[in-house]
Design a binder for this molecule. Structure first.
Ligand code: PEP
Length: 241
């Protein structure tokens, strides 16, 4: 699998921000890594028109029906987007999403032909109590459906305390966690688990990207704040290439 760098625009972005994507598309049209922007539902179709690979940030577990305000995976695919994030901590927290729901959303993403970036991560209290690996293994066991393959699924490790805070684990800590995630995925999914991309997410920026991308079992990053402007995101893409 090629390495992957994914931007998560969260609840940001209006049409006036689209030129940022044109700049990115021009600068990285021949990228040796996969570059994806996960945008707000309101912009997905227009984002696809830039030529970049585009994803949604969440999907409903069923295809259509009486769910006011929700977006289904086939609706995301209909825009031309090809990726979707599931299990982001802001969904787990703001919308009380549990692992079972995230597993259902992940399967819905696959059914619509979308590649799923499934997020896991521990709280600061769990990190301080030394519970990180137990939490992550539990989240993987309950939120990754059995049918996951490297072609359909990427796992993003995002320590909750590192998201949007400017804090990151040390390189040694990231390497230790990613080695444990890799071992767990290989034990469960065999060769597909060994090939499944493992992203790090949480305050990745140009100044720390080189160090993070040099670590074993880090196959790219999920980037929030630093993905909003081409000038910030472009050097991170280049660091992964
Ligand atoms: C995220 O929201 O997935 C994220 C990693 O955010 P940030 O890069 O801003 O920490």
């Amino acid at each position: 699998m090629r390495k992957l760098i994914a931007g998560n625009w969260k609840m940001n972005g209006v049409q006036a921000n689209l030129p940022q994507l044109d700049t990115l598309a021009k600068a990285h049209d021949n990228a040796s890594v996969d570059v994806v922007i996960c945008g707000p539902a309101t912009l997905l179709g227009r984002m696809v028109a830039t030529g970049l690979t585009i994803g949604g940030q969440d999907c409903h577990p069923i295809t259509s029906g009486a769910h006011t305000g929700d977006i289904s995976a086939p609706m995301i695919a209909d825009t031309g987007a090809t990726y979707v994030i599931t299990g982001h901590y802001e969904r787990r927290t703001d919308h009380s999403e549990n692992d079972a729901l995230i597993a259902a959303k992940t399967a819905a993403g696959w059914d619509a032909g979308l590649h799923v970036i499934l997020c896991i991560g521990e709280t600061e209290a769990q990190y301080r109590n030394g519970e990180t690996l137990d939490v992550l293994r539990r989240q993987m066991d309950h939120s990754i459906p059995d049918a996951a393959t490297a072609e359909t699924t990427t796992i993003a490790y995002e320590p909750i305390w590192a998201i949007g805070t400017g804090l990151t684990p040390t390189p040694d800590e990231i390497a230790t966690v990613h080695a444990a995630l890799r071992a767990h995925l290989t034990a469960r999914f065999g060769a597909s688990g060994t090939a499944m991309r493992l992203l790090y997410g949480g305050s990745v920026k140009a100044s720390n990207a080189d160090d993070i991308f040099a670590l074993p079992n880090v196959d790219g990053a999920l980037v929030g704040g630093a993905s909003l402007k081409a000038a910030d995101f472009s050097p991170i893409i280049t660091a992964l290439e």
